[in-house]
Design a protein around this ligand. Structure first.
Ligand code: AVI
Length: 322
């Protein structure tokens, strides 16, 4: 697979986001997109196989069962762009279904180079598929993919795994609207959304017995140590998942065991953290099936079809750009 590698000053942006998130007044925060360095991507792969975390398996089950039907609903020759391909495992079903009807260009867009490499290893055996990876942020990557569009070709964008759940609800509409602006009428977006489920089940999914999710969360501090030269003492933080009923989401926090000062040289900052204070690292919003129709409309799409997994409530939504 050819890869268009990232050329921006990524370390500078990381340092700036860390500085802003840890120094603004009130709740300290770190953006969850920074979970996915090589270690974080590998830990997420393990999470997706944990018995408690049914989300990825539900996504995969739906794609395995319904790929032919999904592909049958797409008009014309399509090129496929995937925002956050991860290992690419669940995409196989869609690409195989498409490969039966046309030669297919597949453009994974990923901020993790190791995930792009995994994705190529996973999918390169499918006949009639050409893969060109973009090591980019989602919208930057999609813009570049759109520039490769050939005459008469439609874009089929995949945003699977309920990554949309990691945006606040209003930001999710804003993000989808930005995707829509890059697309043309008739292009499509397959959106995976985790659905509401009982709190106990959700808590188990984000607080697994083996502690893999805790390691995934703590790796964010370890990454800041590795890349920004910080001195977070990981033993002084505890992973604390919380359910926010009002906002219908799971929140991941890292709680400080004691009062401490952390120095982050590349961000040119010393951060004071008091005992029991938390750093909020991720939100995972859960949706109602009917809510997705409204979200789609607000972003300039219509929801053409929806498939729901019965074992682990999760929806695959086919949106068409209006
Ligand atoms: C990638 N994303 C949809 C996952 C989620 O469920 O929000 C990330 C994750 N965080 C903790 N476990 C998994």
């Amino acid at each position: 697979m050819l890869v268009h590698a990232i050329s921006t000053n990524a370390v500078y942006e990381f340092a700036e986001d860390v500085r802003v998130g840890l120094t603004h007044p009130g709740q300290k925060e770190l953006p969850s997109k920074y979970f996915y360095d090589d270690v974080g991507s590998a830990l997420f792969e393990v999470i997706s196989r944990l018995p408690e975390y049914g989300l990825t398996r539900a996504d995969e089950r739906l794609l395995r069962r319904h790929s032919d039907e999904i592909v049958d609903r797409l008009a014309g020759p399509v090129a496929v762009a995937e925002l956050g391909s991860g290992s690419g495992k669940k995409t196989r079903w869609l690409l195989q279904a498409l490969a039966q009807r046309q030669r297919t260009f597949y453009y994974p867009v990923e901020i993790s180079r190791s995930a792009l490499a995994m994705c190529e290893r996973e999918l390169s055996d499918i006949d009639s598929i050409s893969i060109l990876g973009f090591e980019r942020e989602y919208l930057d990557g999609l813009l570049e993919v759109a520039a490769y569009r050939k005459r008469g070709q439609r874009l089929f964008v995949l945003f699977l795994g309920s990554t949309i759940g990691n945006f606040d609800r209003a930001a999710a509409v804003g993000f989808l609207a930005q995707v829509r602006r890059i697309l043309e009428p008739g292009d499509s977006l397959l959106l995976g959304t985790d659905l509401e489920k009982p709190s106990a089940q959700l808590l188990r999914a984000y607080d697994d017995e083996l502690g893999v999710t805790a390691a995934f969360n703590l790796n964010l501090l370890a990454r800041i140590n590795r890349e920004l030269g910080a001195n977070f003492d990981l033993g002084q933080f505890v992973d604390v998942p919380k359910i926010n009923h009002e906002a219908r989401r799971v929140e991941m926090h890292l709680q400080s065991r004691r009062r401490q000062t952390v120095t982050i040289p590349a961000a040119e900052v010393d951060v004071e953290i008091v005992e029991e204070e938390t750093i909020w690292t991720e939100s995972s919003h859960k949706y109602l099936p009917e809510e997705i129709f409204r979200t789609a409309l607000d972003a300039g799409f219509r929801c053409e079809a929806q498939w729901i997994d019965q074992q682990w409530p999760f929806a695959e939504n086919l949106l068409i750009a209006e």
